[in-house]
Design a protein around this ligand. Sequence first.
Ligand SMILES: [Mg+2]
Length: 270
Amino acid sequence: MTILFASDLDQTLIYSRRTMGSGVSEEELREAERIDGKPHSFMTSKSQSALWNLDSSVCFLPVTTRTQTQYERVTGIYEGNERPRFAIVANGAVILENGEPIKEWSDDIRKRCVSRKTIIQELKPEIERYFTEDWVVSVREADDWFVYMILDREQFPEENMEFYQRTFREIGWSLSLQGRKLYFMPESITKAAAMEYVKKRIDATYVVAAGDSLLDMCLLENADLGLLPAHGEAVQSDSFSGHIEVTEKKGIKAGEEILEKVMSISREFE
Ligand SMILES: [Mg+2]
């Protein structure tokens, strides 16, 4: 039998210095990503070793909102050159198989976005209409799929989030606030749909999913077991299903806890 371990990366398995939290020593840190020649994201040595040595019955599927280029920087999640066979990037708009995008998948997503008018050209005027405040530092596009805004969180009125969520949902966009980034995601682009595709391809019988943001909630809801870090955006949701467990620890140690759980599940199924 095959267990699919579908996991978000940032603030779930890998952490920057800003998000890793306390209670971790310098010696425990292993580099997961390098930017401009400097280590940028980390895992603990325990997490890294658990991930590199998962039982052969477990298929690790990275599921990230990062673009392909941003994902390819994350080299600490696999040993040597043994990249995971599949990876979901751009929040599910792109599925990589052996490092190459599956064209038919992305073409299909593109068609859905065009028919529902959830394309960047349609979104831009709406953003300009609602976001003129000076706490909008910049607006960026991710490979023509979705938009994210860099915010000045000190100035950002978080109490308006509900209004923004509602307003943009009406025109087909989901919002997710993660640190300084506010994502605008077309409804047709979901981590869950892409995960289901990979699940079928590898004929997995059981899915464990992990993730910390609202963009991960569909992934967790569609899994047999969902693991939700005790920090982050999603844990504040009003309600989630009974098969979703919240970690006891926060920050980089929550990542460790998630991997321990995956290991114990693979042992149970042996
Ligand atoms: Mg995350």
